[in-house]
Each structure stands twice: as structure tokens, then as C-alpha cells.
Design a protein around this ligand. Structure first.
Ligand SMILES: Nc1nc2c(ncn2[C@@H]2O[C@H](COP(=O)(O)OP(=O)(O)OP(=O)(O)O)[C@@H](O)[C@H]2O)c(=O)[nH]1
Length: 422
């Protein structure tokens, strides 16, 4: 038991004794009145008057002590403060009460015959027996003080009286004292055990409440942490979404040709590889057209670069208009060259589409007086087609389309040349 608990235990024991005080005082007052009344008519009334006044004074003093202690307890508000001085005052109260009974016992013994004195023996034995209850809660020592002062002087007088009746009574008193003393130790032990375990329980309860408060505090902290974390997660998710949409926009921007607004070479490279892989997987045809504006350098020289740009835009959107199926992609391959990816289209169909495109470009009616094949802007086109195999590489189809384009240029331009099935 900690020093704090030991102090608490002492205080609790004192409190338990304190709670017995009203009963003890009532009992004392009642027995005093009975004894005073009984002996008033048998011997000197003056002695009993004084004795009853002293007994009343002692009872009132102990009552005042009881009230003061109760007020002090209320002020302490249940704190485990040291209470040694109160204990001493309680002991003093017991000693005073014991002395009043010892005096009356001795007085009766000396002044009255045995038969009349027997009443006081009964009273004293009753007082001692009653004090077992009120003193057991504090300490056996208290009982020892009270019963020794009350009984032993009288027992001694009885034993040395040499009268058999009195000696027998003296022995009974001593025996009563000894047996009571033995019992009080047992009762005090049990009582102290109960109070000690209640003190320990209270301490445990206090610790438990403290732990509970701590756990609640930690819970609160954890809840705040979780809320903060979920807020942060939400913010991160929103930022990630923004970053992803930004990346998509950037990717789209980086895949589009700024001038013609059709997909650029970078897009071509990625998309063509994808389509190649798909065609390889499902063993379907894949066609590629590469087309080039005829005598474009001369066009630029004649009409200037800005007109050249407009021409490129017009050609690009015309080609784009003719490749509208899902998967078709008209891209700017570089300079005045365009590449058209046509998944799932055979050579013949691709050549027909290329022819339509060529005618559509001519139909734009863009004047090109410097061209040696027409007065209008024309295009030459090379078409290649394949069903990809594991041994083949995507570059090979590009190369074949390029070679076909080369032949279209050499064969007089403004025409579609097929590379044949690769
Ligand atoms: N206005 C403009 N001209 C470009 C652009 N990109 C490339 N060119 C021009 O395209 C011309 C290509 O010329 P060449 O490669 O000599 O070919 P060509 O004159 O078209 O002759 P053939 O292809 O043999 O018919 C060059 O003069 C480039 O400056 C562009 O974005 N805008």
C-alpha cells in the first residue's frame, strides 16, 4: 500500500469510528442516567450529582468533537489528508469517558455492599462490551485504553478484597477484559481488511477513470487524425484528378500539329505501332498511305509561306474528311507530307480511298501556276498494305508506302501508286 493509501486508510478508520460516535454517546448517556438514577437513592446524592455533571460534560465534549470533525470532513471534501490530531482528540474522549466510569465503579465498590454494587459491574461490563463495536473500527489499542481504565482498577480492588464473591467478580471482570481483548484484535483485523480493500478499490477506480479519460483523449486525437487524413486524401485525389486531366490535355496538345490541327508525327508513331500490334494479334489487314504535295517548294516560292501554310491546312482537312472510320488516322508526317493509317482495309480499298482523296485535293482548286503537272495544287500518294507477321516490322510498311510515293513522284506526280501487297 502506498503512503497515500496508508494515510487514506487511517482516515477511513477514523471516519468509521466517528460514524459510531452518536450511538456510543447515546448508549453512554443512557447507562449514565440509569446508573445515576439507581444509586441516587442508595448513597450520597451529592457525589452522583457531581458525577452526572462530569459524565454529561464528557458526553457533550465528545458530541462537540463529533460535530467539529464532521464539519472538518466536509471541508476536506473527501481528500486523503492526515488526521493524527483528530485521532488524538478521539482517544482523549475515550479516556475521559473511561475515567468517569472507573471513578463511579470504585466509589460504588467502596461505599455499598456487594449486592448493591453488582449493578455497576453490569453497567461497566455493558460499556466495555459496547465499546468493542465503536473502538474495533479504529484500533484495538483504543479498546485497550478504554476497557483497562474502566475495568482493571475495579477488578484489582475486587481481587484484593479477600471476599470470595468479590474475588469471583474480579476474576470475571479480568476474564471479560482478556476475552474481549482477544476478540477485538480479530474484529479489528477483519474490519481493517475490509477498509483496506475498499481503499485499494477506490485507488484502482481512480486509476481506471484516469485511464478511461486518457483513452477518450486518445480516441478524440485519433478521430481528428483520421478526419485530417481523409481531408488530405480528398485534396490529394482532387489534385491527382487535376494533374491527370492536365496531363491528358498536355498529351493531346503534344499529339496535335499546331498548324494543320490534325495529329502529328509523334501521334503517328504511337498509333501506328498500336494498330500494327492489334493487326498482328488478330491477323487483319493494315494499310498505310503516304502523300506529298507536288512542287510545294515552288508553291511557297511563288505564293509565300503564309499561303503555303493555308494550303497545308486545306489539304490536311480534306484528307481528314475522307478517313472517318473508327481507327482511321490522318497525320502530318512531316513538312508537306501526310500519313494515313487505315486499319482493316485491304490494298484495293485503300487505293480507292487514296484516289478519292487525290481528287478531293484537286477539287479544292488551289491555284499552283508553278506546278509542272497541273494549274492546281495536286498530291502524289503511295499506298502499302499488309497482314503483319511476327518477322515483319512496322517500319517495313512505312518504307513500302514511301517507295510507292517515290514511284508516284517519278512517274509524273498527281497520282496514286500502290506498293502491292507486302
Ligand atoms: N509553308 C510551309 N512550307 C513548308 C512547311 N513544311 C515544309 N514546307 C516546305 O515544303 C517544301 C518541300 O519541298 P521539297 O521537299 O523540295 O519538295 P517539293 O518542292 O514538294 O517537290 P516534290 O515533293 O518533289 O514534288 C520546302 O520548301 C519546305 O520549306 C510548312 O509548315 N509551311
Amino acid at each position: 500500500m502506498s503512503p497515500l493509501d496508508a494515510r487514506c486508510l487511517r482516515r477511513k478508520l477514523l471516519e468509521a469510528q466517528h460514524e459510531q460516535t452518536p450511538v456510543a454517546l447515546c448508549g453512554g448517556a443512557f447507562v449514565s442516567a440509569c446508573a445515576g438514577g439507581y444509586y441516587w437513592w442508595l448513597t450520597q446524592q451529592r457525589f452522583y450529582l457531581y458525577w452526572m455533571l462530569v459524565a454529561a460534560l464528557v458526553i457533550l465534549s465528545r458530541l462537540a468533537l463529533y460535530l467539529c470533525f464532521a464539519a472538518w470532513r466536509r471541508r476536506q471534501n473527501g481528500k486523503a489528508v492526515e488526521s493524527a490530531s483528530w485521532r488524538h482528540l478521539h482517544v482523549a474522549g475515550f479516556v475521559a469517558a473511561a475515567l468517569t466510569w472507573a471513578i463511579v465503579g470504585l466509589y460504588v465498590e467502596y461505599s455499598l455492599p456487594f449486592a448493591d454494587a453488582a449493578f455497576i459491574y453490569v453497567c461497566l461490563a455493558g460499556m466495555v462490551a459496547g465499546s468493542v463495536v465503536s473502538t474495533a473500527s479504529v484500533s484495538p489499542r483504543m479498546f485497550l485504553i478504554f476497557s483497562a481504565i474502566t475495568l482493571l482498577p475495579l477488578s484489582l480492588v475486587l481481587l484484593i478484597s479477600l471476599e470470595p464473591q468479590k474475588i469471583a467478580m474480579g476474576l470475571v471482570c479480568v476474564g471479560f477484559f482478556v476475552f474481549s481483548l482477544r476478540s477485538i484484535y480479530r474484529i479489528a483485523d477483519i474490519f481493517e481488511g475490509f477498509v483496506a480493500s475498499s481503499v485499494v478499490n477506490e485507488q484502482l477506480l481512480r486509476e481506471l477513470r484516469q485511464e478511461q479519460r486518457q483513452v477518450l483523449k486518445l480516441n478524440e486525437q485519433l478521430r481528428e487524425d483520421i478526419e485530417m487524413r481523409s481531408r488530405t486524401e480528398q485534396q490529394l485525389r482532387a489534385q491527382k484528378q487535376r494533374a491527370e486531366s492536365l496531363a491528358e490535355k498536355l498529351y493531346a496538345l503534344s499529339s496535335i500539329d499546331g498548324l494543320t490541327e490534325i495529329p502529328n508525327r509523334r501521334y503517328f508513331d504511337e498509333h501506328f505501332t498500336e494498330e500494327w500490334s492489334r493487326a498482328l494479334r488478330v491477323q487483319s489487314v493494315l494499310s498505310l498511305i503516304i502523300c506529298d504535295i507536288d512542287y510545294f517548294k515552288d508553291f511557297n516560292d511563288r505564293y509565300g509561306h503564309l499561303m503555303g501554310d493555308d494550303c497545308l491546312k486545306a489539304v490536311a482537312s480534306t484528307l481528314d474528311l475522307h478517313a472517318r472510320r473508327a481507327g482511321d488516322a490522318v497525320t502530318r508526317f512531316g513538312g508537306e507530307e501526310f500519313a494515313i493509317i487505315l486499319p482493316g482495309i485491304g490494298l484495293q480499298e485503300a487505293c480507292m480511298l487514296a484516289e478519292q482523296m487525290r481528287e478531293a485535293v484537286m477539287a479544292l482548286g488551289i491555284a499552283h501556276t508553278e506546278s509542272r503537272v497541273s494549274d492546281l495544287v495536286t498530291i502524289s500518294m503511295g499506298v502499302a498494305c499488309t497482314i503483319p507477321s511476327k518477322d515483319a516490322r512496322p517500319d517495313m510498311l512505312i518504307q513500302h508506302a514511301d517507295e510507292a510515293l517515290y514511284r508516284a513522284k517519278h512517274q509524273g506526280r498527281n497520282q496514286v501508286v500502290s506498293a502491292g501487297a507486302v
